[in-house]
Ligand binder design. Structure first.
Ligand SMILES: Cc1cc2nc3c(=O)[nH]c(=O)nc-3n(C[C@H](O)[C@H](O)[C@H](O)COP(=O)(O)O)c2cc1C
Length: 335
């Protein structure tokens, strides 16, 4: 089983959650017997290195780093202009000035180098497949690589690229869709497992909507070698998100999440609010430009304690999350 390969106690991975996972949270997950994961998607190379060092100070247990496979956005000035205009009412209401320029930095190579320099054993990816050159560089340095797939086609591409394992992300999952082929699909985890198990030979990690012991058992029985859990850990004591966000997870109701492009330009599942509703049919800039365009709106609304313009990523089954406490105590209920 995969947890033997990873030298961890349970076949459970703490989902990498960029912007959410802190060193304390990753280390607490590792100490609780899971594979901790650093969501390094929004960090540059130096920040990734520093983050890894901080985790190492807190635990000697294995952990992974997760990176976004970045594409340079094709900038269409007209689309960018329209996307800015769609956000103007929010800038006006919050008294903000729109971002004047947006810059996308090439950070991916620096992040990969940080993983290698810090001798991190496992590196996972979302939003696509790294180039053959990057995968070779990681392999040559003994790094175990994990891809993310949301369809059978993507799972086959991950295997063909020579990656060691794949996260199958069901449509229920919180956060960004790992999708990298069109059209973006929301296949429920169990259907996805049925479609993929037996069609690829690399180990499968099941993700999406797993919030109870029975869900995890079912995924393992369906052929997954491990599971990846995100939403259920958002309310853990060691998870350092705002009280507003934790409260929103605990208070969420059935069918209250939505998949939206409005915050970042890439589809992601989170709590539906005024922002997602008003932006439903608006033009959005491609990722990561939309992410920059909405940054001040999200920051200001967080400062105002206004949940309506915040991105609060969570999975479809957030309404079933009730157990708070330490990561360890939450995990005990899942075993
Ligand atoms: C707040 C949040 C942030 C996320 N960020 C990332 C990320 O940076 N990288 C990634 O591969 N997956 C990310 N995900 C998706 C998770 O890896 C996983 O697919 C998902 O949490 C599983 O569904 P669940 O939330 O219902 O457990 C994120 C999920 C959440 C809830």
């Amino acid at each position: 089983m995969l947890h033997t390969t990873f030298a961890i106690q349970y076949p459970i991975i703490q989902a990498p959650m960029a912007g959410v996972t802190s060193p304390k949270f990753v280390a607490a997950s590792a100490e609780a017997g899971l594979l901790g994961s650093i969501g390094a998607g929004y960090l540059d190379g130096e920040q990734t290195k520093h983050f890894i060092q901080e985790v190492k100070k807190l635990t000697t247990k294995p952990f992974a780093v997760n990176l976004f496979v970045q594409e340079e956005p094709q900038i269409d000035i007209e689309v960018l202009q329209q996307a800015r205009m769609a956000l103007q009412p929010f800038y006006d209401e919050l008294g903000l000035s729109p971002v004047q320029s947006v810059v996308s930095k090439e950070v991916f190579a620096g992040q990969v180098q940080a993983v290698i320099d810090e001798k991190v054993a496992i590196c996972s990816f979302t939003f696509g497949i790294p180039t053959a050159e990057v995968l070779k560089q990681l392999k040559d340095n003994g790094v175990y690589t994990i891809g993310t797939a949301t369809t059978l086609e993507e799972a086959i591409l991950v295997e063909q690229a020579g990656m060691d394992a794949v996260v199958l992300q069901g449509g229920e999952a919180g956060g960004h869709r790992g999708s990298f082929t069109a059209p973006m699909q929301l296949i429920p985890l169990h259907e996805l497992l049925q479609q993929v198990v037996g069609k690829i030979t690399i180990p499968i990690i099941a993700a999406g909507g797993l919030v109870a012991k029975e869900d995890i058992q079912k995924a393992l029985e369906a052929g997954a070698q491990a599971v990846q859990i995100g939403t259920v850990l958002l309310v853990a004591d060691e998870c350092e998100i705002s009280p507003l966000y934790k409260k929103a997870v605990l208070a969420s109701k059935e069918q209250q999440t939505t998949v939206t492009l409005a915050f970042t330009g890439k589809p992601a599942r989170g709590l539906a609010n005024d922002f997602t509703k008003r932006m439903k049919d608006a033009t959005v800039a491609p990722y990561p430009l939309q992410n920059y365009l909405t940054a001040t709106i999200r920051k200001e609304s967080a400062e105002q304690g206004n949940a309506e313009y915040l991105s609060m990523w969570m999975g479809e089954n957030s309404y079933l999350v009730q157990k708070t406490g330490t990561v360890r105590s939450i995990v005990e209920k899942l075993l």
